[in-house]
Design a protein. Structure first.
Length: 270
């Protein structure tokens, strides 16, 4: 069988309701890697956060982090990184924000936030990854791969409009969840990162299987020869990627179940 690239989002897709990997998911990806298929984890998360999941899998896996701002090889070496320009980053840092909206920035070695937000840390219980607090005036505009605003959807819509007015053409703007507005440099998204990785591996897009649940997965799902949208996905994702197949719920390990069916693996393990 020809080698495929299997690439999956994490939260709401590969991870369960506890934001962790299930045993069936670990076993499935290990079997497929053992057959010679390539595995990639593609997330809005920081790559230092994602390393814990790769280590749990115990396989060689590429990491695409921050929606494509960084790509790491299975040894953890950075293949590609894409920063916001310092001028645009400074604009985003200084942009007035509605009350209750938290500014987060991702650097090579850190997740930085403008104020304490302990509720966000629950998403990272499985990895132990955490933020460093810096007031906005103290934030450096250098070396930022992603700016992330977290807040109520109505407040983020207002902020998104302002961002598009000041620098929209120079940015890729998307959402990973309704309360998470994510901003990278123009052309930086999971789709372009996966396309570059396919070139690295010498695998055509029609031998790529991709799985996702939110708007930041759209370009990746559209690129893949076999795109899969989760049953719990953003309501418009399946419409935006009409060629993708809708599968089961992330809390029911649907990615693992679909992969076992697709590649003819033995009955699912418990």
């Amino acid at each position: 069988m020809d080698a495929h690239l299997i690439v999956s989002d994490l939260d709401g897709t590969l991870l369960g309701a506890d934001h962790d990997l299930a045993e069936i998911t670990i076993a499935t990806l290990r079997e497929l890697a053992g057959q010679g298929h390539h595995i990639a984890l593609a997330s809005g998360r920081h790559h230092l956060d994602m390393l814990a999941f790769r280590d749990r899998l115990g396989i060689d896996a590429h990491i695409i982090s921050s929606n494509g701002a960084w790509t790491l090889n299975p040894k953890g070496l950075c293949l590609r990184r894409h920063y916001l320009t310092s001028e645009i980053a400074q604009t985003l840092i200084a942009l007035p924000r509605p009350d209750g909206v938290r500014l987060n920035i991702y650097r090579d070695d850190a997740w930085v936030i403008d104020d304490h937000a302990p509720g966000l840390l629950a998403l990272h219980d499985a990895t132990g990854f955490g933020y460093r607090v810096e007031a906005s005036p103290e934030m450096s505009a250098e070396g930022i791969g992603k700016a992330l605003y977290i807040g109520q959807p109505e407040a983020l819509a207002e902020l998104e409009s302002a961002v598009r007015q000041v620098a929209g053409e120079a940015l890729h703007i998307t959402y990973s969840m309704a309360n998470s507005l994510e901003i990278m440099a123009a052309g930086v998204n999971k789709g372009t990162a996966v396309a570059a990785l396919l070139d690295d591996l010498g695998i055509p897009a029609d031998r790529c299987l991709a799985f996702g649940d939110n708007l930041n997965d759209m370009e990746m799902l559209a690129l893949a020869g076999e795109g899969h949208v989760m049953a719990n996905a953003h309501p418009s994702l399946a419409t935006e990627v009409p060629g993708a197949r809708v599968i089961g719920h992330h809390a029911e390990h649907a990615v693992a179940i679909q992969l076992r069916e697709r590649f003819g693996l033995a009955s699912a393990v418990s």
